[in-house]
Design a protein around this ligand. Sequence first.
Ligand SMILES: [Zn+2]
Length: 438
Amino acid sequence: MKKFCCLLLCLLCALPAVALGDAVELVVSVKPHAIHYAVYLPEYEFVYVGYDTQNDNAKEVLYSNNGAFEGICHLPGTMDESRVGINFYTLTGRLICRTTVNAAADPEVKGPAAGLSAEKAANKAQNVELLPVNGGIRYYFRLPGRDSVVLKCKSPQEWHKITLYAGPDYVYQGQVDMPCTYADDVVTVTATTGGGVEVLSESVNAYYSAPAAPAYASTSRLSGVTVCVDPGHQRTTQVETVPLMPNGEQTTTTKVGMAKGVETKRRESQLTLEIGMKLRNALMAEGASVAVTRDQQDTFVGMLERAEIPNSIDADFVLRLHCNSRSGNDQVQGIEVYCPLGSSYAQAVADRTDYKLMGETMLEAMQQFTGQERGVCTLNNTYVGNNWSLMPSFLIEMGYMTNMEEDLILSHPVYQERLVQGMVEGVVRLARLRGLIE
Ligand SMILES: [Zn+2]
């Protein structure tokens, strides 16, 4: 422990070191617009850090495989020596340790550009362009006659209040870094003059771009196997009424609404898309042929289409990705796998016992890779996409977005990778079970 802290001190050339008990040492170094921190919390794999000043406020989840957490609090709006509170929490929201330090003043702050022409003061920003980029938002607008403006950028995870000064021709342009904002989350951008006049108010979705598919496979473990990955939902729901299954008269209507993160405020549709694209790439890297039902948030895929797509390519398996919610009980956690039971299509695929075995095989692989002990495999007739699939079809609820801990972890790249590797392993075991591979 002592050795480790010395190492951190050397690494960071840190100013203050705050001892917070036996198991915790927190070291910070202060720079304009940033505070570097390092903390040793050997009991934790994931922690939740939050920091705030009068002008900046953000929260993010951190991962460490050895208890050493290191990172940066970005303070784009804090130009003076404001107090910064830094708090470390468990993923259930319990405070582990905290400290406060003074931010560094920014010596580079400049006033408005020289030679502004004192045009008549505008009450509305002109030529506004807001562009989501990786890790932030780029802005451009013109505000004649206004030497400075306060720009506010707000997402569910962070907000920043930044004083901007006019450039030549009263143009304001630059980038606000928002590294704690999750992909596709709504960012509200407003600008106000010193006199309190709101001159700009717009919303954009934070940057998301699906990762490119790998050019070639690195193993052949799944060569000859075709998988359809179906990321559940889409940005906006369209209500449909469709036949529940091929045999029978019963119809079903889309249930409006999907899971939403209790803490992250994220949409289920974005999470399933993110993990779905990673799963596609991981399966392809193992040599599988993979189709996806969607690779965009704005693509609408109907309930029946989610079976027609895998049927049309004669897939061997369909993995239908979802995240769960439970109203009125924020403690429920775990992975759930749903397989079809009564449709003529399902019965042609496997009997009840074999379907149960397949679902449990997938569940076990996922539990092994994620460490999530809670989980269940259920056979039912509830899901249209399962009932109409001509191949083994699994609707996988990867975790509960109504549980704070699971909501936070589902959006973390490390846990997403564990889920993905669990599902890849599940497919390998299922392909063996079905005699598709050795
Ligand atoms: Zn869902």
